[in-house]
Design a protein around this ligand. Structure first.
Ligand code: ATP
Ligand code: MG
Length: 204
């Protein structure tokens, strides 16, 4: 069985928090590769994304292009509509036998798990890797702690402590909108792209 990590997100835009989470999960859990999956429409978010789907996908590609073990999949973007992880996993498992999938999520999203579409069936098919993420005001999550989840789900989550990076795509969009720098928060190649395309600029 090969182990593959999956990192789903809006990536609007991708930032170093996503990349550190993927790299550390790979190392801690012995993953062969991590596949990034930009979503078309995230079910648990109510705002419309700022950049177009092709632009979000392109930024992820640019950000991971030099990593030999990182790949980008466009299956959720091609499927369109609301992206349910369950549907994505069904597709991926059909196409990849002998593969154990690990879905990487920040601690901010672990508590949402019970609300995910077909969560019990999903949890029977894959494992989750829960990585540290500070809360909105920058308070670190406790690396030793598993958020309060029903026991049947807790068993399926592997906690991986990572450096706590108080970075979000929301802060990045807000900074750009205010004319501030996001250099180094977004990897270079993706940063050049968003500047060139004038993404997230209120006057752009
Ligand atoms: P937004 O502010 O638009 O919600 P985001 O920064 O939360 O964007 P998403 O694309 O929503 O990024 O996140 C995708 C996945 O990456 C989620 O599982 C999220 O918890 C995780 N993640 C995002 N940023 C970090 C971070 N700084 N540290 C750890 N995990 C993160
Ligand atoms: Mg988020």
């Amino acid at each position: 069985m090969r182990k593959i990590g999956l990192m789903g997100g809006t990536f609007d835009p991708i930032h170093i928090g996503h990349l550190v989470a993927a790299e550390r999960s790979m190392e801690a859990c012995g993953l062969e590769e991590v596949w990034f999956i930009p979503n078309a429409g995230p079910p648990l978010k109510d705002r419309a994304p700022g950049a177009a789907p092709e632009e979000r996908q392109r930024m992820v590609e640019l950000a991971v292009q030099e990593h030999p073990a990182f790949r980008v999949l466009d299956l959720e973007l091609r499927r369109g509509g609301v992206s349910y992880t369950y549907d994505t996993i069904e597709d991926l498992q059909r196409l990849n036998s002998e593969t154990e999938f690990h879905w990487i999520i920040g601690t901010d999203r672990i508590l949402d798990l019970p609300r995910w579409h077909r969560i019990d069936e999903l949890a029977a098919r894959i494992r989750f890797i829960g990585v540290d993420r500070p809360d909105e005001v920058g308070r670190p999550s406790d690396p030793g702690e598993m958020p309060a989840l029903p026991e049947r789900l807790q068993e399926r989550v592997i906690r991986v402590p990572i450096p706590q990076l108080a970075i979000s795509s929301t802060t990045i969009r807000t900074r750009i909108g205010a004319g501030l720098s996001v250099r180094y928060l977004v990897p270079d190649a993706a940063h050049r792209y968003l500047i060139e395309k004038e993404l997230y600029r209120l006057d752009g």
